[in-house]
Write a protein that binds this ligand. Structure first.
Ligand SMILES: [Cu+2]
Length: 510
């Protein structure tokens, strides 16, 4: 409980520099308040002629991929732990989508949740009106209603899908989405998808919404249920050097790999000497995962779906929304695939089995967890492959965004502004080279995500990503070409920070 006093103080102190932004900012209107919206006249609409023209230029292979998705509430078995949870089709993770470039996805979403919802296709460069952001690209799908998402899948890579309404992706609403690469230069025998998650939904009656309400009330509030206080209280020594201090806001009861608690792990089976491509996806809401495969080195080949020059790693740090693909030549035996909930004193766990032997225990900590790191807040050893680099053009426009906020009161923002889905933070012009620079003025790390595009981190040949960790005090410059007209949000992929307001719209001008 000591942590309750420590963390708000720490954040309040460090966020002082951001306070002048708050004081100086004009309040904008709430969605649905009416009045003239600049978005309506000066900016490309989500299904406007510019969006349709850009969409017609996308390659189509003539095939349709039908994917029914009922968002439901019901029992989910996490491996002996049965919870009443929100999920797609009663499965956690949701079914994997396996696409070819040029496939037309027809995802029929029916909403059987007790709340409106939407679906976002995380990392995909699809047409704007299918991006699934409520009040920005569509109206939310009401309770009992359905919505057909129809879009062309273009760029190969490892992605996932989840709701974009409030805290819903901290329920069990997420699933992997893979676009295979017909030009993949490397061969492999196994293709495994490994999805990490921090889980609270339905445990001791808790929901992401009840936890968020507690964060907004303030962590020192008296008389709250014990389970709720434990959920919002990290261990008193919670600290991560890799994340620049505070590792997160929440203490989760479970950390999962492919929907399983550590005592009932998923087992990935193969044979010695085979090559496995492993797609790592952090679908968590408030947890960075530090991942290692005992007894093995990994070769990092992709980040956020996009190819990089191969780099060896013993351990990989993924923020929420990030993905890394690795290749591993499998040894003979049984090996732990461990994902430490970074800075939180707990872990997710699964097994790789290629031969006989006793399985290691979930508490095992392979030596690789202290080895060479790739990912996290320092991407300097990652370079895009020549095929995907940007050409040598300077940015025409620089968008500077400050990440602001603190724990107490629980408010997070971009530039200290209240989120308004109708009022863009900045305009974009189609065809221009743009730099976004994120400056973190808070005392906590934030994984910043941008929709509908991917950006090159650091410089024009840096890794091409759509989600990038920004450590406290750090400025990260990202470059992209404005080639997908519409209204696109950029936001922190911590569900609670996003819900509290660390989100804004960038909109293409007409
Ligand atoms: Cu954040």
């Amino acid at each position: 409980m000591a942590a309750v006093g420590r963390r708000p103080l720490l954040k309040a102190g460090l966020s002082a520099a951001g306070f002048s932004f708050l004081a100086g900012c004009a309040q904008s209107g709430k969605p649905g308040e009416g009045g003239a919206s600049p978005s309506a006249t000066n900016y490309v609409q989500p299904d406007g002629p510019q969006v349709q023209r850009a969409d017609q230029a996308r390659y189509r292979n003539g095939k349709f991929y039908r994917f029914p998705m009922a968002a439901t509430v019901g029992p989910v078995d996490l491996g002996g732990v049965v919870v009443n949870a929100w999920s797609y089709e009663g499965r956690v993770p949701g079914r994997e989508m396996r696409l070819q470039p040029g496939d037309t996805v027809r995802a029929d979403v029916s909403n059987r949740l007790p709340a409106p919802t939407t679906v976002h296709w995380h990392g995909l460069d699809i047409r704007n009106n299918m991006d699934g952001v409520p009040y920005v690209t569509q109206d939310p799908i009401g309770m009992g209603n359905s919505f057909l998402y129809e879009y062309v899948a273009s760029t190969p890579g490892t992605y996932y899908y989840h709701p974009h309404d409030g805290l819903q992706f901290d329920h069990g609403l997420y699933g992997p989405l893979i676009i295979e690469d017909p030009d993949e230069p490397r061969s492999y025998d196994e293709d495994w998808t490994v999805v990490f998650d921090d889980w609270i939904d339905g445990v001791n009656g808790l929901t992401p919404e009840s936890v968020y309400a507690q964060l907004k009330r303030g962590m020192a509030a008296k008389g709250e249920p014990q389970a709720l206080m434990e959920a919002v209280t990290l261990p008193s020594d919670a600290n991560s050097r890799l994340l620049g201090g505070d590792p997160g806001d929440l203490n989760y009861p479970y950390y999962l790999i492919n929907g399983r608690v550590p005592s009932a792990p998923v087992v990935f089976s193969s044979k010695p000497g085979r090559r496995a491509r492993i797609r790592l996806i952090n679908a968590g809401a408030d947890t960075a995962f530090l991942v290692a495969l005992g007894g093995h080195r990994m070769t990092v080949t992709h980040t956020d779906g996009s190819p990089v020059e191969p780099v060896e790693a013993d351990r990989i740090l993924l923020g929420m929304g990030e993905r890394y693909d690795v290749l591993v030549t499998l040894k003979d035996g049984v090996f732990p695939l461990v994902a430490l909930a970074e800075g939180k004193g707990a872990s997710a766990f699964s097994l790789v089995r290629t031969g006989a032997g006793e399985a290691p225990k979930p508490s095992v900590r392979p030596a690789e967890l202290d080895g060479k790191l790739v990912g996290g807040g320092n991407l300097s050893d990652l370079r895009s492959t020549p095929a995907v680099r940007l050409d040598d053009q300077k940015a025409d426009q620089t968008i500077r965004l400050s990440l602001t906020g603190q724990m107490d009161p629980y408010v997070w923002a971009l530039d200290g502004k209240k989120y308004d889905p109708r009022v863009p933070l900045a305009g974009l012009t189609e065809g221009r080279r743009v730099s976004i620079s994120y400056t973190n003025k808070t005392g906590m790390w934030h994984p910043m995500h941008f929709h509908g595009h991917s950006f090159f981190v650091g410089d024009l040949s840096g890794p091409r990503k759509d989600t990038v960790i920004v450590l406290p005090g750090q400025t990260v410059n990202c470059y992209f070409d404005a080639d997908n007209p519409g209204h696109w949000v950029t936001h922190c992929h911590n569900a609670y920070h996003e819900r509290a307001g660390m989100i804004g719209v960038l909109a293409y001008r007409v």
